[in-house]
Write a protein that binds this ligand. Structure first.
Ligand code: P6P
Length: 338
């Protein structure tokens, strides 16, 4: 029977490719797909809409500012960090196929159910990255990484999820900025969605997004220049003389989003305060590295590909160098110069 498709609209031009239909269409491409991943991604999309509303109304609802507490890695907790964490936990917690939830805000992963009980996936996330920027209305974001839980007999909850980034099933972020942007990869390229408030749905705006191969923009906190290893100082000295622009928002999701759309390179090298790097591997560097690589970019930590790092702890930190391949290589030429 021939397939009939309605393809001749002449009065309506609404973008009807929603995140939901996109996820289900991708699932349809996998004959053996169970719908588990789609179920999880739809929960993340729901959480994103609720968090976006909280972020937009933070000043009105007077939920800005600090909780007066620190999270497990010593970061001061903003009220919205805790609110966003709670929203994600509530949206994901009742998904029967999730075995483990792990958040930047919680010391240990939360085991919901074993693999044998159907807990096939782990979702790791930074609920509100860059939240110290909230009270000045700078873009902040949620970063997520989805892994399959291992079926080893775990000595500790972390054993179920400490896997290299190459094993991520999906990764993405939501940027709560001038618009609410949802970037997603399931390993077949990167798709960009924007929240259409008139429908309350994320709609597809850039399918198979590709990072520009080069662009004279570097994104780094130059306040730490004196504590960077000299290869990074050498690169910055060179960039200053070769027409580069510096762009640094101090919110990883916003800085990476600009790098993906405009090109350039984002760096967080070793510093005196964080000799191993500041950003967290499992729920910041790895998901961002998967997205950047899927968009045609490169993501390096020290002397290796970020995604190849074998993690030893849920909250371990790493250095970050990611962006346009030509720009990453230029940094490495200076950092690794003889
Ligand atoms: P610095 C925000 O606190 C964050 O975790 C990332 O979003 C951001 O890229 C980085 O830290 C900024 O760190 O040391 O430049 O303030």
């Amino acid at each position: 029977m021939t397939e009939h498709r309605y393809s001749s609209p002449h009065l309506t031009t609404d973008n009807l490719t929603s995140l939901q239909t996109h996820i289900l269409a991708e699932e349809h491409e996998y004959p053996g797909a169970t719908g588990d991943l789609s179920w999880i991604l739809s929960a993340i999309a729901l959480a994103a809409k609720v968090i976006a509303n909280k972020v937009q109304r933070a000043r009105v609802e007077d939920v800005l500012g600090s909780m007066g507490t620190a999270n497990t890695t010593g970061d001061e907790q903003q009220k919205l960090d805790v609110i966003a964490n709670e929203i994600i936990m509530r949206c994901l917690g009742d998904r029967a196929n999730i075995g483990v939830l792990a958040s930047e805000e919680d010391d240990k992963p939360i085991i919901l159910r074993s693999k044998a009980e159907g807990g096939h996936y782990a979702v790791l996330f930074d609920p509100l990255d860059g939240s110290s920027n909230l009270d000045v209305s700078v873009g902040v974001g949620t970063i997520f990484s989805i892994l399959r839980t291992t079926d080893i007999k775990p000595d500790t909850p972390e054993d179920l999820i400490l896997q290299p980034g190459t094993l991520q099933v999906a990764a993405g972020y939501i940027l709560y900025g001038s618009s609410v942007v949802f970037l997603l990869t399931t390993g077949k390229g990167v798709d960009m969605f924007v929240l259409d408030h008139s429908m309350g749905a994320f709609v597809l705006v850039i399918p198979k997004l590709k990072i520009p191969p080069e662009k004279k923009i570097y994104s780094i906190n130059e306040a730490y220049y004196d504590s960077f290893p000299d290869g990074y100082q050498h690169y910055l000295d060179w960039a200053h003389k070769n027409g580069y622009s510096g762009r640094y928002i101090g919110s990883m999701v916003a800085d990476i989003h600009r790098t993906l759309l405009k090109g350039g390179v984002f760096l967080y090298p070793p510093t005196v305060t964080h000799p191993e790097g500041k950003l967290r591997l499992m729920y910041e560097a790895n998901p961002m590295a998967m997205i950047v690589e899927q968009a045609g970019g490169k993501a390096i930590s020290g002397d290796k590909r970020t995604l190849d790092i074998n993690p030893t702890g849920l909250h371990q930190r790493t250095t970050v160098l990611m962006g346009s391949p030509a720009e990453v290589d230029l940094v490495l030429n200076h950092v690794n110069r003889p």
